[in-house]
Design a protein around this ligand. Structure first.
Ligand code: ADP
Length: 321
């Protein structure tokens, strides 16, 4: 192996830069050339890239987002688009590709590796943490900390005005962020897509809390498929309970800012180990951290299987709140 390429794709996540840095520097130390592909799979289709040197990744470990940029690329979903990418990588002389992203990115890598003879490794980078095969994804810890910090601030005003606050956090189809932000922020209620419950039940518990002397309440809601879901929930709550409410949608604030130490370390570790993986002949795998150990698992499983949230935490929260 003489040369590798690295790209970031799909939703950006804090810690991706630490990962690009680790991939680059590890590969350079091992005597490989490194190409940074820009704007995810678009860069492969439209030949946007730069060669990365040690200094190209200086001073980025602390920066959110991704210096390589990211994009959604529909052409990559077609065999023709992927063939353009393979031709381009062959022209560059690249013999290994690392893709940092979420399950969409891994589908793209998987189909590419079925059709073309270039080894690929996926690194999980998404704030949602909803990837099977790793305990944590790059960006998740930062998103949790931003969420908890926001709740701390909201709690001050919720207390002062004795109000109900509905705080909507990100999380496509999954409640990892909501559940852990809710626990960490001491939320009274947490509503996640994995648990079906009626709003009457939630309202009843809030009523009981008020009877016991609670004057303010915070409900954390996972946006699920639809951003702004909290408006529907809050309206219904008002109809059921008559409680006045305010809504805060955290939205993209959760993706931004400097990555936490945990995300920088995870990005650095997975980036370096992914390069070793390619050098050791691994392909068509995702690298993850399971029980604090590096683990390679099938790329296909990363989206075909579903990682489960810990429902016990939800029960525990009812004791805590
Ligand atoms: P994420 O990687 O964060 O889940 P997306 O779902 O937007 O983000 O996927 C990122 C990119 O991966 C897409 O823009 C597309 O180029 C590629 N991709 C997603 N799904 C597929 C698929 N089924 N086949 C090939 N490429 C895909």
């Amino acid at each position: 192996m003489k040369s590798i390429a690295v790209l970031t794709s799909g939703g950006d996540a804090p810690g991706m830069n630490a990962c690009v840095r680790a991939v680059t520097r590890t590969a350079l130390v091992k005597g490989l050339k490194v190409f940074g592909i820009e704007r995810g799979y678009s860069g492969l289709v439209y030949k946007e890239y730069r060669e990365l040197q040690r200094q190209s990744v200086s001073n980025i470990i602390q920066r959110g987002g991704t210096i390589l940029k990211s994009s959604r690329c529909d052409e990559w979903k077609t065999p023709q688009g992927r063939a353009k990418g393979a031709k381009f990588l062959k022209e560059l002389g690249v013999d290994g590709l690392i893709g940092i992203g979420g399950d969409g990115t891994f589908r793209g890598l998987y189909f590419f590796s079925q059709e073309h003879d270039i080894p690929v490794i996926g690194i999980p980078g998404t704030i949602d943490n909803d990837i099977y095969g790793t305990d944590f994804t790059i960006g998740y810890d930062t998103a949790l900390n931003i969420g908890v910090d926001a709740i701390d601030k909201i709690r001050d005003t919720a207390d002062s005005h004795e109000r109900l606050f509905v705080v909507e956090v990100m999380g496509r189809n999954s409640g990892f962020i909501a559940l852990n932000v809710g626990i960490g922020g001491g939320a009274e209620e947490i509503i996640i897509p994995e648990k079906e419950e009626t709003l009457e039940e939630v309202a009843e518990r809030l009523f009981q809390g008020r009877k016991k002397g609670k004057s303010s309440s915070i409900i954390v809601v996972a946006e699920g498929d639809e951003e702004g879901k909290s408006f529907t929930i809050a309206n219904k709550m008002k109809r059921i309970s008559g409680m006045d409410y305010r809504i805060v949608v955290l939205g993209h604030i959760q993706r931004g800012g400097s990555p936490t130490a945990a995300d920088r370390n995870l990005g650095s570790l997975l980036g370096a180990e992914a390069v070793f993986g390619l050098l050791n002949g691994k392909s068509n795998v995702m690298i993850g951290l399971v029980n604090n150990q590096i683990k390679f698992s099938s790329l296909e499983e990363s989206w075909k299987k579903r990682k489960k949230v810990d429902m016990n935490l939800l029960k525990i929260n009812q004791f805590l709140s």
